[in-house]
Design a protein around this ligand. Structure first.
Ligand SMILES: [Ca+2]
Ligand SMILES: [Ca+2]
Ligand SMILES: [Ca+2]
Length: 529
């Protein structure tokens, strides 16, 4: 991390010097300090119900420093026994049911980057969780109770505090809801259905921490607007149906890159016919068990992809990315996973784990470019199945490639199954040459032009069938020309329709040579270790 930042700074300095011939301009770059940017330095509310006794509550203040300076956190006037971890910003305190209704005031929280300090005086209130209700038969002059519900979801945002739940009854609510940001906490503010039918609405702008959106149907948010936009930390987005959303960066779920929202949990959503499935604009997101289905190029001026990954520390696992159709993706270069950078956006991706995903109907399984900032690194693909690339252009009957890497070091590709894709994994040697330390091991390649090319790193113990090997540099323990004997590749999920079970079509038959073809005799392909 540190090395990368220094490297970027050096390259910026040398670029400034060479292109302008003015060392003074380079010196200016060095002395500018941006103070920490603190998104959630607000009053806090902790929830506890009668009968719960005493609970330990924790809440993480979260700042970013665009210069990459280390940040420290401190507090003054904290409630008795409360602490703040100077490195992580995590506040911990004991809360008792007898504290319900109390407010601890005049607490000063400071965040420093060693050169500048941002401080704010906050309060911590102790709150008994409440339930609120919204229904089509309600009225916004009601109190929001089960018997006297509100009419709009928006109305509830002025009342809810951490720990509260808003139950929304069946119906169509033609509103876009922005959560307010005056108080934060670690207890979830939950917006969910009232278990009485489909709730359809136009999505959320999440502007505070710990908001949970569950079991809603989201569509029609407006031009170039995503179904759910995350600009708060620790949101949970689960079990929603998000559909028919298009335009510039319009995704089922996205984040606000410049605040680096932290710790989003996005799981078990069905994202259907959106221009992009998910943009992970943030840090440390977990994206799992989502069904990202039939991406669609609604606006032909923009690309369309299943997942765009930006940020650090993300995990993508057990997602099903599939269903793209050539006639709905007209000029889009649809990728299962894509990351890129450019001089304006300052995007990058690092320390990413991509495992146990089923991916089909793509031009590229992964398109990773880091040629501008040269800041992306450490992306791991393991136990994924990339199969049946999307007919892309004349001459590309099965997509282009499962993995294309431009200038990203430490890309690891182990125990994946690649089936019916035009070319093999491809490390681009023509840009800055930074795509070093690649590892490509224990994979299966089936029906593609070549196994892999331009690896600067280690490639070995792979198994290939119906691939051309003549003229390519290959691992000495690779095995070619032997059928890996899949169970039934025409039915990847198998008869039970569930991913990663024993009946899956890309499991290997018991007599398969692939059962022991990997390094140290392990099974190759996605069902190996
Ligand atoms: Ca700074
Ligand atoms: Ca793309
Ligand atoms: Ca199965």
């Amino acid at each position: 991390m540190k090395t990368t930042v220094i490297f970027c700074l050096l390259s910026l300095l040398s670029t400034a010097y060479v292109s302008q011939g003015q060392p003074a301009a380079a010196r200016n770059l060095r002395i500018i300090n941006n103070p920490p940017k603190a998104r959630n330095l607000t009053d806090l509310v902790f929830a506890i119900s009668p009968g719960q006794g005493t609970l330990t509550k924790s809440y993480r203040f979260y700042a970013i420093d665009v210069d990459g300076d280390a940040i420290t956190y401190s507090g003054n006037g904290l409630p008795n026994g409360a602490t703040i971890d100077s490195a992580t910003g995590e506040l911990r305190m004991q809360v008792s049911e007898s504290d319900i209704g109390k407010t601890f005031s005049n607490i000063s929280i400071s965040i420093s980057d060693g050169k500048a300090t941002v401080s704010r005086t906050i309060s911590i209130s102790i709150h008994q969780p409440q339930k609120y209700y919204v229904a089509k038969a309600g009225s916004d002059s009601n109190p929001g109770t089960a018997n006297l519900p509100w009419l709009t979801i928006k109305k509830s945002t002025g009342y809810v505090l951490p720990g509260d739940t808003v139950f929304i009854s069946a119906g169509n609510y033609p509103e876009r809801v922005a959560t307010r940001s005056t108080a934060n906490g670690s207890d979830y503010i939950t917006y969910t259905n009232n278990a009485d039918g489909t709730v359809e609405m136009r999505g959320f702008d999440i502007n505070q921490d710990s908001v949970w959106i569950a079991g809603l149907s989201i569509t029609n948010p407006g031009p170039n607007i995503s179904g759910i936009k995350i600009d708060g930390n620790y949101p949970k987005i689960t079990g929603n149906y998000i559909y028919n959303i298009g335009g510039n960066e319009a995704a089922g779920v996205t984040g606000y890159w410049y605040d680096r929202p932290f710790g989003a949990y996005i799981a078990s959503n069905h994202i259907f016919k959106c221009q992009y499935g998910i943009w992970t604009y943030g840090f440390n997101w977990t994206v799992e068990h989502n069904n990202i289905d039939r991406p669609c190029q609604w606006n032909s001026n923009y690309d369309s992809d299943y997942i765009e990954l930006m940020g650090e520390g993300h995990v993508f696992r057990y997602n099903y990315l599939h269903g793209g159709l050539s006639n709905e993706l007209v000029s889009a270069h649809v990728d299962s996973f894509q990351t890129y950078d450019d001089a304006n956006s300052k995007y990058w991706a690092a320390n990413i784990l991509i495992e146990h995903n089923f991916c089909s109907d793509f031009a590229e399984g992964f398109e990773g470019e880091a040629t501008f900032l040269r800041r992306s690194h450490n992306i791991v693909f393991r136990n994924n199945i990339f199969f049946n690339g999307l007919p892309f252009k004349t001459g590309y009957p099965n997509g282009v490639s499962p993995i294309i890497v431009h200038d990203i070091p430490n890309v690891v590709v182990t125990n994946n199954t690649f089936y019916n894709i035009r070319y093999g994994p491809h490390w681009d040697p023509t840009t800055w040459g930074l795509a070093t330390n690649a590892i490509i091991k224990n994979n299966i390649f089936y029906n593609q032009l070549y196994p892999y090319i331009y690896i600067n790193g280690t490639a070995d113990y792979n198994m290939g069938y119906q691939v051309q090997t003549s003229g390519y540099v290959l691992g000495s323990h690779d095995i070619y020309g032997v059928n890996p004997l899949f169970v039934n590749p025409s039915n990847p999920l198998g008869p039970d329709g569930i991913m990663w079970t024993a009946d899956d079509g890309f499991q290997l038959q018991s007599g398969s040579r692939g059962r022991t073809a990997g390094e140290n005799g392990v099974q190759v392909g996605a069902y190996g270790p």
